[in-house]
Design a protein around this ligand. Structure first.
Ligand SMILES: Nc1ncnc2c1ncn2[C@@H]1O[C@H](COP(=O)(O)OP(=O)(O)OP(=O)(O)O)[C@@H](O)[C@H]1O
Ligand SMILES: [Mg+2]
Length: 240
């Protein structure tokens, strides 16, 4: 991805688009400790929804957000948590076989937590890739017996998840956001690029938002292209 597109990647929780307002409220309740987490038998957060809505990006930020919400300073030398592996682990479920995944997890859950709060964070990206009959029940069992571990899952297919895993998870819906909301975001990006936001008309932004089906992988480059086109035309008009 181009550098000028990554500048608009979400930087704080507010920048993420959580399509379901109830889901955003649920995460805020967790961050504010109105909802004890882990608690009530749940020790996982499962981000589910259609493609490109920011699930993996948010999953990678959740350990830091959860630590900060416990008023624990996040200790690392870099401004980004992505370069620190002190207290979280990422498993790309599509890249390892289930036995390796469960063995690795079982080895880690008995290690002392390295976070300030005493929690460890296990991120499982694309959890539905783990076989629902053979693999997921083993993961469910590990979840039951790991007292200091918070699990964070992402999936496009919540229907392919073991009921026991779902039951242990707070489900956060990240599907296609309202197109008006996405157009508002695009206008914010345009302002950040030094435009006044009217250069690309609202109806065009709404059309792009519809075509994206909620995916920022489609939407952000489309907006960027329209901005580039506008700037190139404006420049050539001014030099003629
Ligand atoms: N709210 C947002 N604003 C701007 N860019 C975003 C936003 N959310 C996600 N993105 C960008 O969209 C791209 C896709 O994000 P990500 O990979 O997290 O999506 P995903 O939901 O995990 O997709 P998939 O379902 O295909 O795995 C990334 O480049 C990310 O920076
Ligand atoms: Mg993803």
């Amino acid at each position: 991805m181009q550098k000028n597109q990554t500048q608009f990647a979400p930087k704080s929780f507010e920048d993420f688009v959580i399509s379901n307002p109830r889901s955003r409220e649920k995460l805020n309740d967790i961050f504010n400790a109105d909802k004890p987490f882990p608690g009530g038998g749940k020790n996982a957060i499962c981000l589910w929804g259609t493609y490109g809505t920011g699930k993996t990006t948010l999953a990678m930020e959740l350990p830091k957000l959860l630590e900060e919400s416990r008023n624990m300073p996040v200790i690392h030398n870099s401004p980004s948590i992505l370069s620190s592996s002190r207290f979280w682990e990422l498993t790309k479920c599509g890249e390892e076989n289930v036995t390796t995944i469960i063995q690795g997890l079982n080895n880690r859950i008995y290690q002392p937590a390295l976070s300030q709060s005493g929690w460890r964070y296990e991120i499982f990206d694309e959890i539905d890739v783990i076989d629902i009959k053979k693999g997921q029940p083993r993961l469910k069992s590990a979840m039951t017996h790991s007292e200091n571990t918070v699990f964070i899952f992402t999936t496009n297919h919540p229907d392919k998840l073991d009921r026991g895993i779902i039951d242990r998870s707070h489900l956060i819906e990240m599907n296609q956001a309202p197109v008006e909301h996405m157009a508002d975001l695009a206008e914010g990006w345009m302002c950040a690029m030094g435009l006044s936001s009217g250069e690309i008309d609202r109806a065009t932004l709404i059309d792009m938002a519809k075509e994206s089906r909620g995916s920022f992988r489609y939407f952000l480059p489309e907006v960027q292209t329209a901005v580039n086109r506008y700037l190139r035309t404006a420049l050539s008009n001014s030099t003629n």
